[in-house]
Design a protein around this ligand. Structure first.
Ligand SMILES: [Fe+2]
Length: 396
């Protein structure tokens, strides 16, 4: 959903007779959002998309569940996501089967996975967009729109209902932000014709799209003939007459893409700028921010370290990625912190003073600010690090 893109063969006009080289009629599918008023894409299939021989409900990855003991008492929390990723990697499996929720509310689910093998069936998430952050490793996304490579440091965006499967490379670990509706580029980064503005932290060139459909007429792939559809966190298996990867052309504004976080252009002020300057994507009631290495505040008396704050409307989640986290002790890559709304948080003792005079920070992190309370799951509770709340206290 960045700009208009196209690949493969297309008819001159939508909804008209369109035949392949052998004279056979191709079949149009429209993928639409906002009813029929939002962004959309046209896909041209070699076969009708409606043929399913069998439809049955099956088990998929578990729906997120609340862990009361992870919510109360109301306090700052830290999770060792690496421990959970290690466990998931050891168990192995496919991306669509091993996703494990960490934190969630009605609008967003944050999950981890460490897939080790390709999905045996295609997957379509009808509950929302999936925005994966690739923590480590690499892989390939196979979708109706074509192949898309991704690697550590990328965001990988898969729009709602797009049929796809993940082919993991070695060491793949994903942090998934599942928007229960859309996860998109903020509208204030677009001008009236939809182009990304010069003030946006990225340009259209920073996004990578599939460049060619997987199928070409006369050369249709022989992949799985099953699609797992997730709706309301329950899974339905559609057994199809043939592999659904039969798209020979598409165009529109809806397609999977990657965005490498290192391409995010950070902003620096004379004095400390609010976290909103790191906004990258937005969802129904949350924002996703990217903290990348950057010059820090340049006023001679500036305190570059983030000021202590009580953000009364937001639960704040930070996934620490790399670098030296100037404001925190005892956290490292793969740690996830949760700072509930209204509780003051800020630098650990000593960090505030130590940051004076610094010119640069090499920290990088993904942040999610949610305007509805986030519930920890039992999986989060299982990897919670004790003592985080007390780590700000002075030694007795
Ligand atoms: Fe904060």
């Amino acid at each position: 959903m960045i700009d208009h893109a196209r690949a493969g063969i297309l008819p001159d006009k939508p909804h008209t007779v369109f035949r392949g080289p052998d004279g056979a009629l191709l079949h149009e599918e429209m993928l639409t959002r906002g009813g029929f008023d939002g962004p959309f894409a046209y896909l041209y299939h070699a076969h009708p998309v409606t043929a399913a021989r069998r439809v049955e409900e099956i088990e998929g990855f578990a729906a997120p569940a609340r862990a009361e003991a992870g919510m109360f008492p109301n306090q700052r929390r830290l999770y060792d996501a690496n421990a959970l990723w290690d466990r998931l990697a050891e168990a192995g499996g496919a991306a669509s089967r091993t996703r494990t929720a960490l934190l969630f509310n009605d609008d967003v689910v944050l999950s981890l996975s460490a897939p080790s093998e390709p999905d045996p069936a295609y997957f379509a998430n009808n509950d929302g967009d999936d925005l994966h952050y690739v923590m480590s490793g690499r892989g390939r996304l196979e979708s109706s729109f074509g192949w898309l490579e991704f690697e550590a440091g990328d965001y990988l965006h898969v729009p709602r209902s797009v049929i796809h499967r993940v082919h993991p490379g070695a060491g793949l670990r994903l942090f998934t932000i599942e928007g229960r509706r859309d996860v998109v580029v903020p509208s204030n980064f677009r001008n009236p014709v939809g182009q990304l503005t010069m003030n946006a932290p990225y340009t259209e060139r920073d996004f990578v799209r599939p460049t060619a459909p997987i199928a070409s007429h006369g050369a249709l792939p022989d992949g799985p003939r099953e699609v797992l559809v997730k709706r309301l966190d329950r899974f339905t298996r559609l057994s199809l007459e043939r592999c659904p990867m039969d798209v020979v052309g598409w165009d529109g504004y809806l397609y999977p893409f990657t965005f490498a976080m290192r391409r995010y252009q950070p902003k620096t002020g004379q004095l400390h700028l609010p976290p909103t300057v790191h906004t990258t994507f937005v969802g129904a009631s949350y924002v996703v921010c990217s903290f990348v290495p950057r010059a820090v505040d340049f006023h001679p008396e500036a305190i570059p370290c983030p000021y202590p704050h009580s953000s009364v409307d937001c639960d704040e989640v930070l996934l620490y990625l790399a670098g030296n986290f100037t404001s925190r002790r005892g956290v490292g890559p793969g740690c996830v912190s949760l700072h509930p709304a209204g509780l003051p948080h800020g630098p650990h003792p000593g960090a505030y003073e130590a940051s004076i005079g610094s010119k640069w920070t090499d920290e990088s992190a993904v942040m999610l600010d949610a305007f509805k309370p986030l519930w920890p799951t039992p999986a989060a509770l299982g990897v919670e690090r004790a003592g985080y709340q007390a780590s700000w206290a002075s030694p007795e």
